[in-house]
Design a protein around this ligand. Structure first.
Ligand code: NAD
Ligand code: DAU
Length: 382
């Protein structure tokens, strides 16, 4: 029988979780799952700037559900230090809502943070990295600084029981693997290659430095490539599915033999909940489903599922500095927290293709004139 490790951090009715980037792909799934699992306890404040990748449609069903009564949106920037401080201190106007009545035992309104807000697309970081360093590095510093200040760290030593900070990071911080090299563990050195990956590594190290120096009760997760509903169509799987549906060409970088380790977004979010509730502060946890696939193989599976011709694949110039292979060893998460991926890549891809077929209106609104402008610049063809 599976041993479930004990809960180290439990929710009460009048506690609040700050989720950043909750209108994005993974953040919206995380909020949905949190509100469903925490049937009555725990309110969610979603701090999101609503950049090109943030989309309130991703949360429409959540707002209309029973759990939606415990969900609050604050449109804003994680780099806005006074806004972030007003959320921690409880002085932000959102706390005047009677539905957001909270206990504030330590004079602080936020009991846990799940930090997802980021510039997330590697190709865009190669075109212009400035927003990546601003949001991913400076935004993270501002969040941990507010947490340190309002959680009174270092003073009473009780912060480990009362608060949690989860930094949602990526396997890309470890760099690239050769075909037969062993998978990344939490002990693998950080060797980020793209500006995106470097910004995420800088953010991870900042969080771990705050944990070490001030006792910030922080945990870092590093996950592989996510896929599933509501993923922005700039990313590989939704781009290829939606282009194929429209009989457009599928731009495969280089020889297409690069390998990614795929995980369904709901498995990632289940792992984030386990880390938040049962993880040991100061620790790093890899999150992966051991589903390595070459890009070419994924492209072929998508075409086959849609009944489209392989001729739609167009080999294009490779991404600059393209990482060859990612593969994650998630043994620590599995053995210590009892988490396991539930969805195979075959099942997950099948349902994801179905979701994009059934939700054309969602992605057609995103694949607008602005998108095609970006696309033309990035790919030199439409
Ligand atoms: P996404 O691009 O879909 O969503 C990012 C969200 O952050 C958007 O809602 C956007 O509006 C918001 N945001 C951006 N800048 C902001 C700012 N300055 N202030 C407030 N909000 C801001 O990204 P995603 O794929 O959902 O990724 C979420 C997180 O997970 C990121 O930190 C990413 O690095 C990490 N991650 C992603 C994957 C993946 O495969 N997508 C894998 C591992 C880790
Ligand atoms: O590994 C986790 C990371 O996965 C996350 O940290 C990032 O936020 C997320 O964007 C993703 O990064 P990748 O660069 O791996 O994902 P992307 O979907 O951009 O590309 C997946 C693979 O497909 C990669 O090898 C590049 C290739 N690709 C991508 C695009 C957009 C193509 O061949 N053609 C394309 O048009």
């Amino acid at each position: 029988m599976k041993r479930i490790p004990k809960l180290l951090f439990a929710w009460r009715r009048s506690m609040a979780l700050l989720v950043t980037g909750g209108a994005g792909f993974i953040g919206s799934h995380f909020i949905r799952l949190f509100l469903k699992k925490q049937r009555s306890d725990g309110k969610v404040i979603n701090l999101d700037k609503l950049t090109y990748s943030g989309n309130l449609e991703n949360l429409r069903d959540v707002e209309q559900s029973e759990g939606g009564k415990r969900y609050f949106l604050v449109r804003g920037d994680v780099c806005d230090a006074s806004l972030v401080a007003s959320l921690f201190s409880g002085s932000h106007p959102i706390f005047q809502s009677p539905a957001l009545k909270l206990e504030t035992p330590a004079g602080c309104s936020i009991h846990a943070v799940n930090h997802l807000a980021a510039e997330s697309h590697v190709d865009r970081s190669i075109q212009d990295a400035s927003d990546f360093y601003r949001t991913n590095v400076e935004g993270t510093r501002i969040l941990v600084e507010s947490a340190r200040k309002f959680w009174g760290l270092g003073a009473s030593g009780t912060a480990q029981n009362r608060f949690r900070y989860v930094q949602v990071s990526t396997d890309e911080v470890y760099g690239s693997l050769e075909p037969r090299q062993p998978r990344f563990t939490e002990e693998s050195p950080l060797k980020p290659n793209s500006p995106y990956a470097a910004s995420k590594a800088a953010a991870d190290l900042t969080v771990l430095a705050y944990a070490h120096t001030y006792g910030l009760p922080a945990l870092v997760t590093r996950c592989g490539n996510n896929y599933g509903p509501y993923q922005h169509p700039e990313k590989f799987i939704p781009l290829f599915i939606t282009n194929a549906i429209e009989e457009r060409l599928l731009p495969l970088y280089g020889d297409g033999r690069q390998v990614r380790d795929w995980i369904h977004v709901t498995d990632h979010c289940r792992a984030l909940l386990e880390v938040l509730g049962r993880g040991e502060p100061g620790e790093v946890y890899n999150i992966g489903a051991s589903e390595e696939r070459s890009n070419l193989a994924v492209a072929e599976s998508i075409l086959q599922r849609l009944g489209k011709s392989r001729d739609l694949i167009r080999q294009v110039a490779d991404r600059a500095g393209h990482d060859r292979r990612y593969a994650l060893d998630a043994g620590k998460l599995e053995s210590r927290l009892g988490w396991n991926a539930e969805q195979s890549f075959a099942e997950g891809l099948e349902s994801t293709v179905g979701w994009y077929q059934e939700n054309e209106a969602w992605w057609k609104r995103i694949k607008n004139a602005e998108f095609w402008q970006y696309y033309q610049k990035a790919y030199k063809f439409v």
